[in-house]
Write a protein that binds this ligand. Structure first.
Ligand code: F6P
Length: 324
């Protein structure tokens, strides 16, 4: 392998720059040329790239976002789009690709490498942490800290005004961010898609909170929660049924994807990407790298993308006990 391409795709996440840096530096260390494609698969289709070397990635380890930009390419979903991308890689003598992104990125990469016989390695980068082949995805830890900091601030005002806040967090249909930030910020209730709390139990729990002397409360809601109402409808429902509560809603939104990555995410990105380059040089292909039980391991895409998100539901019990 003489040239490795790298790109970031899907929703950006803090630590993607640390990952790009690690790919470029590992390539430089092993005397391999490194090319960065802009806007994920779209850049591969449009042949929009730059050459990366050890110096061109200086000082990006601490930067949020991604210098290569990111996108969800519609064109790459078509066989024609993927063919164009493969032709461009061949034209630029790119022998293999490192794909930094989430499950959509990996699914696209798997089809692409099967169709065009180009080795790819997936590196999990998403705030959602919803990839089975790793205990942690790049960006998740930073997002958790961002969310906890935001909830702490909301609690200040909730407490001053004796209010109940519903705080919606990202995660798509995975409750990792909601569950862990909820426990970390001491939320009274946490609503996640993996466990249907039910509206009646929610009302009961809020009544209990009032009876136990709490004057303000925080309910963390994963955006993909299956309670059957969006966060605004939920707030209206609670207001209608528990008029004693003064209810407000905060949707944290895309702030969760920004900011300088935590030390954990920088280190994770560095470890995963050095491994990704080394695997390609060892002739490995079509796997994702991940951190499982504190070891960097390669898992084939099918295993790595299994629906089983293995969320730690024990945390719901802990949250119940601690919100007494
Ligand atoms: O996958 C990352 C993520 O931030 C999800 O948590 C969220 O549902 C989605 O991306 C938002 O996507 P967009 O940036 O396209 O609105």
């Amino acid at each position: 392998i003489r040239t490795i391409g790298v790109m970031t795709s899907g929703g950006d996440s803090p630590g993607m720059n640390a990952a790009i840096r690690a790919v470029a530096r590992a390539c430089s260390y092993y005397n391999v040329k490194c090319i960065g494609f802009y806007r994920g698969y779209q850049g591969m289709i449009e042949n929009d790239y730059c050459e990366l070397n050890a110096r061109s990635v200086r000082n990006i380890i601490s930067a949020g976002g991604t210098i290569l930009k990111s996108a969800r390419s519609e064109d790459f979903r078509t066989p024609e789009g993927r063919k164009k991308a493969a032709e461009n890689l061949k034209k630029s003598d790119v022998d293999a690709m490192i794909l930094i992104g989430g499950d959509g990125t990996f699914k696209g990469g798997k089809i692409f490498s099967e169709e065009h016989d180009i080795p790819v390695i997936g590196v999990p980068g998403t705030i959602d942490n919803d990839i089975a082949g790793t205990n942690f995805t790049i960006g998740y830890d930073t997002a958790l800290n961002t969310v906890v900091e935001a909830i702490d601030k909301i609690r200040d005002t909730a407490s001053s005004h004796d209010r109940l806040f519903f705080i919606e967090v990202m995660g798509r249909d995975a409750g990792f961010i909601a569950l862990n930030s909820g426990v970390g910020a001491g939320a009274e209730e946490i609503l996640i898609p993996e466990e249907d709390l039910g509206l009646d139990r929610l009302l009961e729990s809020l009544k209990r909170s009032k009876r136990s002397g709490k004057s303000s409360s925080i309910v963390v809601v994963c955006e993909g929660d299956k309670i059957g109402k969006n966060v605004y409808e939920l707030a209206d429902y609670v207001t209608d049924n528990l008029p004693d509560y003064d209810v407000r809603v905060t949707v944290l939104g895309h702030m969760q994807r920004g900011g300088s990555p935590s030390c954990f995410d920088r280190t994770l990105a560095s470890r995963l990407c050095v491994k990704a380059v080394e695997l390609l040089l060892d002739g490995e292909e079509n796997v994702m790298v991940g951190l499982l039980n504190n070891k960097i391991v390669a898992t084939n895409f099918d295993e790595g993308l299994k629906e089983d998100h293995s969320i730690n539901k024990e945390l719901l019990r802990i949250s119940d006990i601690l919100s007494v």
